[in-house]
Design a binder for this molecule. Structure first.
Ligand code: BGP
Length: 460
């Protein structure tokens, strides 16, 4: 069967500034929390490899954009580094960064590739973290000024803006489960960070609308469908709570302009609501987006708790559910995440039926593989598993579109093997293999497959 996609479908991939640029301590860039954390605790990073060790996009941008062209991308998402553009988070703009981002944006456009720009992809300027990061409302205002600076500088050419990438991840990583700086484990502080991120998003949207910039503004959310173990009411309720905390805490504000009432009630009942100001509801209502980016990797499998909650224990999301390993689930044998292709369809149907069918696209989907060099054949990585991964997801995406879902494109994570947070280079995701020693780039089989699919706007 032939799977054909709508005209002008967005084919491309995504990456982020910190994961690709390099030049992390040069060219006027300020430090991020990642640079600081690596300097203080390098052993937290896989093989002790930190954010200075990347695919050096800062130097290679022109050649890399040629490779994007070779992959037949018509669109590409990367982020602006707040700390590169405004090294102290507020105040002076780094002109070298302006030149760099202007060159990248102009070259993408010249090559017929639409630039999709994220404003915040996990990389908090250290100067902002030192005054409390997202816990401090002053940082919300500083972020809005940074966003406005970007709109002013690049808004005549960038037509697709995203305020945040996966905003729930810094909440989980930095304030609940200890896998991002500042390594806090405290639900109330996590809730404040999440709440202030929503306010920051809304402030940026307000600034965008007030400035009458062309194009559209959205956000990228990692949506993880929560599937209950059974239809037993206790399991269903557990999955609902999980969905409220990890998906709807961002999805509802940005699409409906308000929080789900049952999330508010649930947090209130446990005395975990963050402090709000009377003007916040109007601000959140103004944060409604034009375009939703959906990152989909894997679902959550959820059941009701097996054991009673210890009321002395600190409050955590797990008070409401247990995760479990569904028997027979399909696993990525090269990394250990579940692969569940229909999840992408379920997300789209949920958006269609419960959120008014917003304009959206798949902004990340990808398969991380450890020790991928073992698949080299005649000098090229033969990643048939990735081709299968993509095509199986695309089939479900195609089904969603044929049933009326408003999905405009599909971006893979990622274009070239890149540095990934604490995992560094453990899991390779790229269409292009990166030799870290020589910086040589070699297109993998999946890159060739994707280039043909994008060109034909279809696959068999
Ligand atoms: C997403 C992030 C990316 C990227 C990807 C792969 O959550 O937006 O920045 O890192 O996941 O994840 P990992 O590198 O942890 O395997």
């Amino acid at each position: 069967m032939k799977y054909a996609f709508p005209e002008n479908f967005w084919w491309g991939s995504a990456c982020s500034a910190l994961q690709t640029e390099g030049e992390s301590q040069g060219s006027g860039k300020g430090l991020t929390t990642w640079d600081h954390w690596f300097a203080t605790e390098p052993n937290r990073f896989h093989n002790g490899v930190g954010p200075q060790n990347t695919s050096t996009f800062y130097q290679h941008w022109k050649a890399d954009i040629q490779l994007l062209k070779q992959l037949n991308h018509n669109s590409f998402r990367t982020s602006i580094s707040w700390a590169r553009l405004i090294p102290e988070g507020t105040g002076e703009v780094n002109q070298e960064a302006v030149t760099f981002y202007n060159q990248v944006i102009d070259e993408l456009i010249a090559q017929g590739i639409k630039p999709f720009i994220t404003l915040f992809h996990f990389d908090m300027p250290m100067a902002m973290q030192e005054i409390g990061g997202w816990e401090n409302r002053d940082v919300v205002a500083a972020y809005a000024r940074y966003a406005e600076t970007c709109f002013e500088l690049f808004g005549d050419r960038v037509m697709h803006w995203f305020t945040f990438n996966e905003p729930i991840v810094p909440v989980e990583g930095g304030y609940l489960y200890d896998f991002h700086y500042p390594n806090v484990v405290d639900f109330r502080r996590a809730a404040t960070v999440a709440y202030h991120t929503v306010l920051a998003h809304a402030q940026a949207v307000r600034a965008f609308r007030a400035g009458h910039y062309p194009g559209e503004i959205g956000i990228v959310l990692n949506l993880t469908p929560s599937y209950p173990r059974s239809q037993n009411p206790a399991d269903v309720k557990a999955a609902h709570h999980c969905d409220l905390l990890f998906n709807r805490s961002f999805l509802d504000p940005v699409l409906c302009g308000e929080y789900p009432a049952d999330l508010v009630a649930m947090l209130k009942a446990h005395d975990q609501l963050p402090a709000c100001l009377p003007e916040d509801s109007a601000l959140i209502a103004d944060g409604k987006i034009d375009l939703l980016g959906v990152n989909y990797y894997q679902p959550r499998r959820v059941k009701c708790r097996d054991s009673a909650i210890n009321p002395q224990a600190p409050f955590m999301p797990e008070w409401f559910f247990d995760s479990y390993e569904m028997p027979g689930r399909k696993m990525n044998p090269y990394r250990g995440w579940e692969i569940y292709e229909p999840g992408i369809y379920d997300i789209l149907i949920n958006l269609r039926d419960n959120y008014g069918n917003p304009r959206c696209f798949i902004s990340e989907n990808g398969m991380g593989v450890e020790n991928e060099q073992r698949f080299i054949e005649n000098g090229q990585i033969n990643d048939q598993y990735r081709i299968e991964f993509i095509s199986e997801h695309l089939k479900w995406l195609h089904k969603g579109i044929s049933e009326g879902c408003n999905c405009l494109g599909y971006h893979m994570w990622t274009f070239i093997d890149n540095w990934s947070w604490c995992n560094a280079y453990k899991n390779r995701y790229g269409f292009i293999q990166l030799d870290l020693t020589t910086q040589q780039r070699t297109i993998k089989k999946s890159g060739e497959w994707f280039a043909a699919t994008s060109l034909n706007n279809s696959f068999d």
